[in-house]
Write a protein that binds this ligand. Structure first.
Ligand code: 5AD
Ligand code: FES
Length: 359
């Protein structure tokens, strides 16, 4: 009989162990990937869940140094889908059995924005007979706003911490952006009862392997339910582009992201992990490689085609010329290559969340 990997019995890693695995060559990491895959099958099953992603506006009040749609980038053509266009995308997701939807946009905090999302949530619930799950990814908001959206039917929220290293966070953001506020928001989301997701970018300038190990330990100690993390990809219209000379090669950022996914799957066995779109920007089957490394969620872009080019957080964003229907066809085919089945019509909730709520 084949010898079982010791990694299958792991319930905790030390920081030094994580650093060692992250430092290992990708070609000698097959035991790690096999153990992550086996862990996924044992704890969350082998299905991949779809979240139809609607990037409904690129208007943003934030100015993160790495992001292509930051407020100060005056080269961006700003757009804002109409309510009808958003609801049409939601109907598309429902009719195509995606099970759930992610609403994402640039960050805005206003009464009008809060009202709009609340209205859209009610409409999405109505058009799908309450069947479409809704995840929000709308940045930092007040407790009151988060609660209103939760009561209107949103049940998951994504808010990336970007990096758990506070000093690095400060280097990547203007002084008005606060690491502490981000942490507070994540705690509030958890307390309200959202399935709470976070994530980081991998291969940022000045980020170390130790930082990445800390990121995984942060997610574990925060008891997070969902994670989306992907490689940092430079955008020439951002201030961080000036630091390109110290970046890891893109292949290293990519393989590091796969190792991060695999280690996290072993560390936090029953969470949902999304294979980030940024993986596909580097490798045409990058997201499928993410699934093989331990991810169980994919977010196909269902933003209407004409707006896609304008939501460029980073360069070479994939599928910007496609229509939603085309994306679905290509994903089906690719996932079957990765021995996975798609959980059509299912919410695919984080199993970890239900365990956390029972505590
Ligand atoms: N490269 C990779 N990811 C990026 N994001 C923003 N800019 C970049 C970039 N240049 C990610 C951030 C943000 C999410 C919406 O997109 O992590 O939280
Ligand atoms: Fe902060 Fe886009 S401006 S992530």
């Amino acid at each position: 009989m084949e010898k079982k990997s010791h990694l299958l019995n792991i319930t905790d890693f030390t920081k030094a162990e994580i650093v060692e695995m992250l430092n290992a060559d990708i070609n000698s990491s097959s035991e790690l990937f096999a153990a992550a895959d086996e862990t996924k099958r044992l704890y969350v099953g082998s299905k991949v869940y779809f979240r139809g992603l609607v990037e409904f506006s690129n208007i943003c009040s934030k100015d993160c140094f790495y992001c292509g749609i930051r407020k100060s980038n005056s080269n961006v053509h700003r757009y804002n889908l109409t309510d009808e266009e958003i609801l049409e995308a939601a109907s598309f997701a429902y009719e195509n059995n995606y099970g759930s939807l992610v609403l994402q946009s640039g960050e805005l905090a206003s009464e009008q924005f809060a009202d709009r999302i609340e209205y859209l949530l009610c409409e999405i619930k109505a058009l799908s007979d309450n069947k479409l799950g809704v995840t929000l990814s709308l940045g930092e908001q007040t407790r009151d706003v988060y609660k209103r959206w939760f009561d209107a039917g949103a049940h998951r929220y994504l808010l990336r911490i970007e990096t758990s290293n506070q000093q690095l966070y400060k280097r990547l953001h203007p002084a008005s952006h606060s690491f502490e506020k981000r942490i507070d928001c994540l705690r509030i989301l958890q307390n309200i009862g959202y399935q709470t997701g976070t994530g980081v970018m991998i291969g940022l300038p000045y980020q170390t392997i130790e930082d990445l190990a800390d990121d995984l330990l942060f997610m574990q100690s925060f008891d997070i339910d969902m994670v989306g993390m992907g490689p940092y990809i430079e955008h020439e219209e951002t201030p961080l582009y000036a630091h390109n000379d110290i970046l890891w090669p893109i292949e290293k950022r990519f393989s590091m992201a796969l190792k991060m996914i695999a280690i996290l799957r072993i560390l936090m066995k029953d969470i949902n992990i999304a294979a980030a779109t940024a993986l596909q920007a580097i490798d045409p089957i990058g997201r499928e490689k993410g699934v093989k490394a331990g991810a169980n969620v994919i977010m196909p872009n269902i933003t209407p085609g004409m707006y896609r080019n304008d939501y460029s957080l980073y360069q070479n964003k994939p599928c910007t010329d496609e229509e939603p229907a085309q994306c679905r066809g290509c994903l089906d085919a690719r996932l079957s290559l990765a021995d996975s089945e798609i959980g059509y019509g299912e919410w695919g909730d984080s199993k970890h969340y239900f365990r956390r709520m029972k505590k």
